[in-house]
Structures are given as structure tokens and as C-alpha cells.
Design a protein around this ligand. Structure first.
Ligand SMILES: C[S@@+](CC[C@H](N)C(=O)[O-])C[C@H]1O[C@@H](n2cnc3c(N)ncnc32)[C@H](O)[C@@H]1O
Length: 482
């Protein structure tokens, strides 16, 4: 992997340097999830464990840094225009001792022509609808030029028609702050405008009520997100058909959407002609006023299967947030947060129960892969965000080795005094319990069980849990690495 690996220059400040954007991990872009979605369509997908992954405009690279810590045999790169974000990412990768990730300053327009690849997974999250047209074209050009033969591209963006409402509120905000250049004052004026506008008035037309609720949601955003997402220079939400046309111009084709409620967009049925897939998905977007997409792209000509076929699920894994909570009237009742569903099929109920018990470990779904009905049921649960498909097991060890350790990234984040760390499956994990912090600090791979026992027993929290139980808990939570 080579590219314009410019050192961050202190003088080349962008808007994203002046007001830093809170980047972090983004589990929907996990190569294991993208590979699974490709395979559900009957397509081969590169093994995440050895994949080459690129994030375009990845800010400080937090997302690929967390992936690199989880998948040491894979190679990661992230570039961004903002030198200060890149410098932070480089420091984070160095602190964790990661040698399989490169974070560098780069402009999409330049990288589209000069970066070398190929890459198996290319991610562009939070960029496409917030940049001018030439950057959008370059984003697709870069993916089209560098995506490997079996690779998957991931482009997330604000979508039309849902974001027409947001555009209307944004127009009002831009008018309100038009004479103010100072970021803090722009934010203060924008908040004042949103606070006033979001109050309902007697006799509001329904359209106004909709706009007011959009304004209210904007008020709940942090300053950094409000500053860039709503007051930024460019905002161009996209129609799905326009995104797919832009991709097609670069030799790419639509696979599906990685936003769970839209998984049927790419799986409308085996009888549906390929030429109709995007048109149907676009019609659905209008019907439900879609406002967000995570469009997945593959090289043109790969012929994805457009219906659920059990054989395509063989070898995949799944996790669920569902837990069984049977009642006398509803023996097949499962719950997840506010959601509650009834599963009549005893085999499916059994599998979901086990899946929930082992989470965040992923359950092989081979047992269901001989039945289209069961696979369809899992896709339905995925649509409701209750099941997630993976191409690979959680990259952790299920039992502590002789010298137990957690990921180097987690330990580096702990050493930096951060209150949260990034897990191997791209979750944000709270580290506020001092006992947990101390135990994770001990799991650096230098202590055998005797040394670990000795050092744990010497601390103030030892009476709350034994070394064995604490290790067992860490292993079950998928937080130990080989
Ligand atoms: C909304 S932030 C998203 C950052 C990250 N992908 C995330 O989701 O947290 C948009 C990012 O795009 C970067 N960006 C904007 N235009 C760019 C360009 N032409 N080339 C490279 N990066 C760009 C900004 O510096 C910023 O970090």
C-alpha cells in the first residue's frame, strides 16, 4: 500500500482542524459484516482476517485502528484532509504498537488518481453528502479504481427524499448565521434559531410540525456535529439512483444496503430482474421517505443473487440482542430493549436462545442453513436490527492462554486515562470501574497465571472477584486476544 503519506503540516488547517469531529468506531463498516452481506448474495468475499481495508476520509482513523488491533494479519489504511485528526490517529496507533495500520493526510481528489491498491474493503462514512460534486466523483473513482476483484465498497450518506426536510431547516440556519464567521458565534446563533423554531405553535400545519421535529433533533447534537453536519459548506443528500449511477460510471454495481431495515433492498426476490433492483429500492425510498443509506458496491458484472438461498448462509455466523422471556400466553417470547417478538418455530427459538447466551461471540448458523424458511426468518430479524450476520468468528480467544492479555489498543486507551475503549468487535466499552481498569492493565501478556494471581490479590478490588472468575468474564465478553 503506497500513497501520498504526507506528514501532518501545522499550517494546513481545515474546518475539521478548527472544530474537531468526534470520530470513533463504526461497527456497520466491519469487514466481517460486509463479507457476510456479500456472501448472502452468493458472492465470494475476501477473508476479513487477511483483508486489505481502506477508509476514505476516516478522520483520526479510529475505526480502522480498532479493526487493526482486532485483525493483526489484515492491513489497514485511512486518510483524511485534516492534519490534526491524522496526527492524533498516528499517535494512537503508535501508542498501541500497531504496525498494520497507516493513517495519513490525503485529499480524496488526489488519492483517487495516485493511491495504489487494491483494497478488499473500502469505506467512506460520513463524507459523500457533505462534500462538493468533484469530491463525490473522486470518491467513486477511487473505489472503482482500487476495489479488488471480490471487494466490497461501503458508502454512507444522507439520502433523499427524507433529507429535504433537513435541507429546509439548514437553509433557515444558514440564513440566520450568514454574517457570522466565528465558529462559536455561528453555533450560538444556530442554537438560538433552532430553540425558537422547534417550539410548536397553535395551528401549525403538519409540514411545519415535521420541520420543527427536525430542528429539535438538530438541537440535541453536539457542537462539533452541529457545526459540520448542519452548518458545513456543502450538504447534498443523494437519491439512491444517483449514487448507483455515479458508481456505475466507475465500473461498480449495487449490492445492497448495510442499514439493517433495508437489507431487503438487495434481496427483493429471485424472480426480480437485476435491472429492476435499484428502481424498486428507490421506489421504497420514496414510499417511506428514506433519509439515510449505507450503500454497498461491488465490481460490475458479479451477478448477486437477489433472493434468500439457504446455501449462501453456510459458513456464516450471527449474533443477536434477543433474550428469551417466555410467558404462559407467549412461550416463544423474546425481548430486546423495547422490542418483543414471538418465535413459533422451536428450532429457531432454540438457536436464538443459544445465540443470545454466547453473544458477543457469534454462533455458526450452519444448523439453519439447510432451510430457506429459517434463513428468511433470520433476514427478517436482521431487518428489525435484532440479528447481525458475520463472515467470521469474533477475533478473540475463548479461553485465557498461559499469559492472558487484552488488545494492545484497549490497554493503550486505558493508559491514556480514557473512560472508554474500543472492543475487538468495534463497540465502545465503558472503563469507569476502577477494578476493571486495574485488571485490564494487568492483562498485558507479561504475567502467567501465578503472577496474575499475585498482582490481583494485592489490589483493593481482589475481594470482589477471583482471578479465575475475572478472566472467565473477560473471555466470555470477547476481550482476550491470543
Ligand atoms: C463528517 S467527518 C467524518 C469522519 C469519519 N469518517 C467519521 O465518520 O467519523 C468528514 C471528514 O471528511 C474529511 N474530508 C472532507 N473533504 C475531504 C477530502 N476532499 N479529502 C479527504 N478528506 C476529506 C474531513 O476532514 C472530515 O474528517
Amino acid at each position: 500500500m503506497a500513497g501520498p503519506g504526507t506528514a501532518p503540516g501545522a499550517t494546513d488547517q481545515t474546518g475539521y482542524d478548527r472544530v474537531r469531529y468526534p470520530s470513533g468506531v463504526y461497527a456497520p463498516s466491519d469487514p466481517s459484516r460486509l463479507a457476510a452481506l456479500a456472501r448472502i448474495h452468493g458472492l465470494a468475499a475476501p477473508d476479513p482476517a487477511t483483508a486489505r481495508v481502506l477508509e476514505i476520509a476516516g478522520g483520526d482513523g479510529a475505526n480502522v485502528i480498532a479493526m487493526a488491533a482486532a485483525l493483526p494479519r489484515a492491513q489497514f489504511a485511512s486518510f483524511d484532509l485534516a492534519p490534526s485528526a491524522v496526527a492524533d490517529g498516528q499517535a494512537q496507533a503508535a501508542a498501541a504498537g500497531l504496525t498494520n495500520v497507516r493513517v495519513f493526510v490525503g485529499d480524496v481528489i488526489e488519492c483517487a488518481e495516485t493511491l495504489t491498491g487494491p483494497f478488499d474493503y473500502i469505506i467512506a462514512h460520513g463524507l459523500y453528502a457533505w462534500v462538493p460534486e468533484p469530491v463525490r466523483v473522486a470518491t467513486m473513482r477511487l473505489i472503482g479504481r482500487l476495489l479488488s476483484e471480490h471487494g466490497v465498497g461501503f458508502v454512507s450518506y444522507n439520502a433523499l427524499p427524507g433529507c429535504y426536510l433537513r435541507m429546509a431547516v439548514r437553509a433557515m440556519l444558514l440564513h440566520h448565521v450568514r454574517d457570522e464567521a466565528d465558529p462559536a458565534r455561528r453555533l450560538a446563533l444556530a442554537r438560538e434559531c433552532l430553540a425558537g423554531f422547534s417550539i410548536a405553535r397553535p395551528g401549525d400545519r403538519p409540514a411545519l410540525a415535521g420541520l420543527r421535529s427536525v430542528a429539535e433533533a438538530m438541537l440535541n447534537k453536539t457542537d462539533a456535529v452541529l457545526f459540520h453536519d448542519e452548518l458545513g459548506e456543502s450538504y447534498a443528500p443523494q437519491l439512491l439512483t444517483d449514487v448507483v449511477d455515479a458508481a456505475a460510471a466507475q465500473g461498480l454495481a449495487y449490492l445492497n444496503d448495510a442499514y439493517p431495515p433495508m437489507i431487503r433492498d438487495g434481496l427483493p426476490g429471485l424472480h426480480v430482474a437485476e435491472a429492476d433492483v435499484v428502481a424498486l429500492a428507490q421506489a421504497d425510498d420514496f414510499a417511506v421517505s428514506v433519509f439515510f443509506h449505507r450503500t454497498l458496491l461491488v465490481r460490475a458484472g458479479r451477478n448477486p443473487a437477489r433472493g434468500v438461498v439457504a446455501a449462501h448462509f453456510a459458513g456464516l455466523f450471527a449474533t443477536t440482542v434477543l433474550r428469551p422471556e417466555p410467558t404462559a400466553e407467549a412461550p416463544g417470547r423474546f425481548v430486546a430493549g423495547e422490542q418483543s417478538i414471538e418465535i413459533d418455530d422451536p428450532r429457531l427459538a432454540e438457536i436464538l436462545t443459544t445465540m443470545g447466551k454466547v453473544a458477543p461471540w457469534r454462533l455458526p448458523i450452519d444448523a439453519l442453513a439447510n432451510s430457506d424458511d429459517h434463513c428468511n426468518a433470520l433476514v427478517e430479524l436482521c431487518e428489525r436490527d435484532l440479528v447481525v450476520f458475520h463472515a467470521a468468528q469474533l477475533p478473540a480467544v475463548s479461553a485465557p492462554g498461559p499469559y492472558p492479555r487484552t488488545s494492545a489498543l484497549m490497554r493503550a486507551q486505558l493508559a491514556q486515562g480514557l473512560a472508554v475503549a474500543h472492543s475487538l468487535d468495534l463497540r465502545v466499552v465503558g472503563l469507569d470501574d476502577p477494578g476493571v481498569r486495574h485488571f485490564i492493565g494487568l492483562l498485558d501478556g507479561t504475567r502467567d497465571r501465578a503472577a496474575l494471581d499475585r498482582d490481583w490479590m494485592a489490589c483493593a478490588w481482589a475481594e470482589t472477584i477471583s482471578t479465575t472468575d475475572a478472566l472467565d468474564r473477560m473471555a466470555r465478553a470477547g476481550m482476550l486476544v491470543a
